[in-house]
Design a protein around this ligand. Structure first.
Ligand code: 4UV
Length: 530
């Protein structure tokens, strides 16, 4: 077992609201919490008042500790009001990817049991279609910026209601319900308690150089657990300021850094690639940035070094999963000796094991290079989820009897204390840091009359970023083109889940029990790449 180099810390037994907003000083209340790209600022004092008023308005409409509230909303300052207003009442928040189709929203609403939906007018068409299909009435679909027939944020806040005192156990009460496919299958609701979310911020604070005078550019989406915990909640706890960006555009991203003098960037690898290589970067003054933190997908050391050198900023990686709230590993700002390709060391209170996927044996030995051989990474700590919603079997497969969560990622450990993620044994594909569950695309493609069989895996594109590729067996006698396959998928799923390559094959390799042998497809791909 590998332990964290940090001593254990005490996790406050508080709700997320009390943890983030319970001890704001007068000085904190006057600080700026959120800035939108128009320059409008929300202070911590104003944010707290809005969170309270939103909670009061929801409570007056019957939202309580049993309610699940869906949030389909890009990064705008009001996201924080909605999230923390709902959490304050003990409601559970399930977040949706803003790019979801109506059908994808509907599927999650039904699975999560959401009875309220909060959105913005540009996303209302999809939201309303999904809500109607789930029997959610218009007065339970809040449109923050206003839409005929729906409650809006201004109206709700103007009621200035005091929220009721609610009581729940932060250790077990579910705060967030993001979706993840885990190691296999379709997306599942990940039950994260108040304690999970509080613990992960508290664990992350230990080794981070993010202070109240920092300005964080919040472009990674708050609906993803990386954005929710690491960007939003961690920055709020540090009393820093967040500049919200509803969508990524490189020029706007750079302009916002310049205009708002941002100092700290949380990014995913495709943004690191752009910062390292894109000529447009030189057109902006982004010299205020002192630190960049990348996660959600592998970032190679060369790209990390190029981005860091170009911006004269510290480049660090972190690693985690939705199921671990999400952070389990991060490079501490105090450590210059860790390679840029590493994801750093385990956070405090986090135990790690590396296990040989073939034998189930734990790996404990170091080679002459000071590194273990690769093994599946198992994690135990206060950030590990309570379980998958209504999926006891999937939960039991993910968290073993000793409380270790099996990540499905393969890592090596260096005796210097750091881990490097080198592979994945699970079927998940990551496109630009977003989860693409192959099982979902395979089920969709099997519904196409001209497809007899199919398997989807992740392959690397020219930038060495992962993209989904489908191996398709056409139905006998059918004429099917790669364009037809890609267009069919694109019509039915959010754009980031699109199949971007297609190869026609005679048969899909399968085990005797009928499981797709993805490793055979990966090996075939590697061989083809030479
Ligand atoms: O469930 P999820 O979509 O969750 C995430 C979480 C990203 C985080 C978490 C903590 C951080 O400090 C941070 O910087 C980013 O993406 O996907 C989980 C899977 O994403 C891959 C890995 O396969 C996980 O099982 N992944 C996440 N971070 C890395 C990564 C990384 N740094 N290197 C390689 N793979």
């Amino acid at each position: 077992m590998f332990t964290s180099p940090f001593p254990d810390i005490e996790i406050p037994e508080l709700s997320v609201y009390d943890y983030l907003f319970g001890d704001l000083t007068d000085e904190d209340l006057a600080r700026v919490a959120l800035i939108d790209p128009s320059g409008a600022e929300t202070t911590y004092g104003a944010l707290k008042a809005q969170v309270d008023a939103f909670a009061g308005a929801l409570a007056a409409r019957g939202v309580d500790t049993d309610t699940v509230v869906g949030v389909l909303c890009p990064n705008v300052p009001a996201f924080a009001t909605v999230l923390h207003g709902a959490l304050r009442l003990g409601a559970t928040v399930t977040t949706f990817n803003s790019l979801y189709t109506a059908h994808e929203i509907q599927t999650q609403i039904e699975d999560a049991g959401a009875t309220w939906l909060v959105t913005v007018s540009p996303l209302l068409a999809h939201a309303a279609e999904a809500a109607a299909a789930c029997g959610i009435p218009d007065d339970h679909v809040i449109v923050l910026d206003g839409a005929e027939g729906h409650p809006n944020l201004r109206e709700l806040l103007m009621e200035q209601r005091t929220p009721p005192q609610v009581s729940f156990d932060p250790a077990t009460h579910i705060a967030a319900l993001p979706y993840s496919s885990g190691t296999t299958g379709i997306p599942k609701g990940v039950m994260l308690s108040h304690r999970n979310l509080v613990a992960n911020v508290e664990q992350s604070r230990v080794n981070i150089d993010l202070k109240s005078n920092d300005r964080v550019l919040a472009v990674l989406p708050f609906f993803h657990i990386y954005g929710l915990t690491v960007l939003l909640n961690l920055a709020l706890r540090q009393r820093a300021s967040l500049v919200t960006m509803p969508r990524f555009d490189l020029a706007e991203f750079l302009k916002n850094i310049q205009d708002f003098k941002c100092t700290y960037l949380y990014i995913a690898p495709p943004i690191a690639v752009a910062l390292a290589k894109h000529p447009i970067v030189d057109q902006f003054d982004i010299s205020t940035v002192h630190s960049m933190f990348s996660g959600a997908a592998p970032l190679d050391g060369d790209t990390a070094a190029m981005a860091g050198t170009r911006l004269h900023a510290r480049m660090m990686q972190g690693y985690g999963l939705t199921e671990t709230s999400p952070v389990t590993h991060a490079v501490p700002y105090t450590r210059d000796d860790m390679p840029l390709s590493s994801v750093g060391c385990a956070l405090p209170n986090t135990l790690c094991k590396l296990v040989d996927p073939a034998t189930g044996e734990e790996i404990t030995e170091f080679g002459e290079d000071g590194e273990t051989v690769p093994g599946e990474l198992w994690i135990k700590g206060p950030q590990v989820m309570v379980g998958y919603l209504n999926k006891p079997e999937a939960t039991a497969n993910a968290i073993d009897a000793d409380g270790f969560f099996h990540t499905g990622d393969v890592a090596v450990y260096n005796e210097g204390g750091w881990f490097t993620v080198v592979d994945r044994v699970k079927e998940l594909i990551k496109y630009h840091g977003y989860q693409v569950p192959p099982a979902e695309l395979e089920a969709l493609l099997l519904s196409h009359p001209k497809v007899a069989d199919v398997a989807v895996i992740g392959v690397l594109d020219e930038q060495r970023q992962e993209i989904p590729k489908a191996f398709v067996v056409p139905a006998s006698g059918a004429e099917l083109s790669a364009e037809e396959v890609m267009a069919f998928v694109a019509e039915h799923v959010a754009p980031y889940k699109k199949v971007r390559r297609v190869e026609f094959v005679d048969a899909i390799p399968k085990s005797s029990s009928g499981k797709i042998l993805r490793k055979d497809l990966r090996a075939r791909e590697t061989a083809a790449a030479g």
